[in-house]
Design a protein around this ligand. Structure first.
Ligand SMILES: [Zn+2]
Length: 257
């Protein structure tokens, strides 16, 4: 753990805390991404194992907010761990948690006073510190929100990053273009290969590549692969559809965006 402070960077980064699809593989974790920029720190999704990995890189007390994409446990179960942690800390205020309707009711400690819940819906735009987030609905069953994240200029200097988009979980009936133009880095689910297409509301490598190619993003970060699915097979499919930079994220990586 890095202690009570962290270095404030003018380049926004995503720290991967968990990236397994649907359930954690051996030593893995569900979805969780720490977005750090300047003095702002946001946890985007909190699947099983994410809270443990967060503590390896940062004091959870430094979080400004948690944003949860949807109610499936692989994206939100560790918000209960955060609630218990917050009980035992002398926080200056409750932790802000932004989530779609109904998610709070699925949370065991959803009524805990250490969590301050805010419902977010498609088209909502919110500001958390120096980050701006805009949401759209995906194709995934329960209310699920993809998000566009932009960093603002700060008192410390001018903004030096790009625009990040996160697909959350989605089937093929969704377009990244709903999140607008100018997306540089796209953190996209690629759960399996084309042989599973149509069986679940997720994306294959081929579909993820097509989504990214259609929106002309520069850098594609692949995530949410089932632990039983080959990374190489998924990446091969992606590259048949997308000519830009492709990378399958791993726990512990810090990636500028
Ligand atoms: Zn999932």
């Amino acid at each position: 753990m890095s202690g009570e402070t962290r270095d404030a960077s003018l380049t926004p980064v995503v720290v991967v805390l968990g990236c397994d699809g649907s359930y954690p593989g051996p030593g893995g974790a569900g979805s969780g991404y720490l977005l750090n920029y300047s003095t702002t720190s946001v946890l985007l999704d909190a699947g099983p194992g994410v809270f443990a990995n967060l503590q390896k890189v940062q004091d959870p007390d430094l979080l400004d907010a948690v944003v949860l994409s949807h109610e499936h446990p692989d994206h939100r179960s560790d918000v209960d761990s955060l609630a218990l942690f917050a009980r035992h800390k002398d926080r200056r205020r409750p932790v802000d948690v932004y989530a779609p309707p109904g998610l709070r009711e699925k949370t065991y400690y959803g009524d805990d006073t250490e969590l301050c819940w805010h419902v977010v819906e498609p088209s909502y735009q919110i500001e958390i510190g120096e980050l701006s987030l805009r949401f759209v609905a995906t194709d995934h069953g329960p209310p699920t929100l993809a998000v566009r994240v932009e960093a603002a200029s700060t008192e410390l200097g001018s903004f030096s990053g790009g625009v990040l988009a996160y697909s959350a979980d989605t089937g093929a009936d969704w377009s990244l273009e709903e999140l607008g133009v100018g997306i540089d880095t796209f953190l996209c689910e690629a759960t399996y290969t084309h042989v599973y297409e149509g069986t679940f509301r997720h994306l294959s490598g081929r579909q993820a590549g097509a989504v990214a190619g259609g929106a002309r993003v520069e850098k594609l970060l692949l995530t949410h692969r089932w632990p039983t699915v080959s990374k190489d097979d998924v990446e091969r499919e992606v590259r048949e559809e997308f000519g830009g930079s492709v990378h399958s994220v791993r726990i512990g990586e810090t990636i500028p965006w």
